[in-house]
Write a protein that binds this ligand. Structure first.
Ligand code: ZN
Length: 266
């Protein structure tokens, strides 16, 4: 082989190797993150139906091993040893049951853990007696709800927030039982409301009627890596493409703001 040819071939091989190493460095690591979803099979039927649909929906998103979606119906799994492997705790239709679980959850969140809560996950009343949770959720105690469950017109509060990007200014959310909170979490400086029930719905309900008032339905407490979504009742929650986009973008956002780094950029 002539010397020039050897030089050309060698240069080619070096280029190939360099390209290979660079590509390897840029190959995303899969799975990118781990979610642990808590659900309860022994609660209101419509809340069980929602949890079943949610598990199916999120499991389908893991196709390709993009992330791990583990589920448990045992609240005893809410402990430090179990949570340390997860970037997100999802509460589909339940909340911590006892002091040990409450304290473990608080430690997890105060150390940068992620939370995605639906519907009854934020339920609290005068008997809840867990001031930290009330503060975490923005200070709102359950006030009243519409009945029967029905669709609602929702208003997107901040179209530039990553959770809301690409959503229309308003949309009709499928059938849900909607909870109103008092005082409204919006009154807190560290609460960022992302989606609100439109006043166009008032009077809202037939048997139980919400006549008026501020009615946030999706928000985040900016002191934590968390998002709350009031949807979570019955079998229609995942039936609307706009709402599904919101649900996915909320998951993505809570993961990407992790102080340990944005896994989607690796
Ligand atoms: Zn409900």
């Amino acid at each position: 082989m002539k010397l020039e040819k050897i030089v050309v071939y060698s240069a080619f091989i070096v280029l190939l190797l360099a390209f290979g190493i660079t590509s390897f460095a840029q190959t995303p690591r899969f799975p990118r993150f781990k979610v642990l979803a808590f659900f309860n099979k022994r609660v209101e039927q419509a809340h069980v139906e929602f949890a079943n649909d949610a598990i199916k929906f999120f499991k389908e998103l893991t196709i390709g091993n993009g992330f791990v979606f583990d589920t448990t119906s045992s609240m005893a799994d809410l402990n430090d040893a179990k949570l340390k492997d997860y970037q997100l705790v999802m509460m589909l239709n339940d909340f911590p049951h006892n002091k040990a679980q409450q304290e473990s959850f608080q430690r997890y969140m105060e150390n940068g853990g992620g939370w995605y809560g639906f519907h009854v996950a934020a339920y609290n009343d005068n008997g809840t007696n867990w001031p930290w949770l009330l503060d975490f959720l923005g200070g709102g105690v359950f006030y009243r709800n519409n009945w029967p469950p029905m669709p609602a017109k929702l208003v997107v509060d901040d179209p530039n927030h990553p959770v809301n990007k690409g959503l229309p200014a308003t949309f009709i959310s499928p059938i849900n039982e909607w909870y109103q909170w008092k005082p409204s979490p919006r009154e807190r400086k560290n609460i960022k409301v992302l989606v609100t029930l439109s006043p166009d719905n008032y009077p809202f309900g037939l048997k139980d009627i919400v006549p008026d008032g501020d009615f946030p339905v999706v928000w985040t407490n900016t002191n934590y890596r968390m998002i709350y979504m009031n949807m979570g009742h019955g079998t229609r929650i995942f039936s609307d493409a706009t709402q599904c986009k919101l649900i996915i973008d909320a998951l993505r956002w809570v993961i990407e703001i992790d102080k340990k780094g944005n896994v989607f950029l690796r």
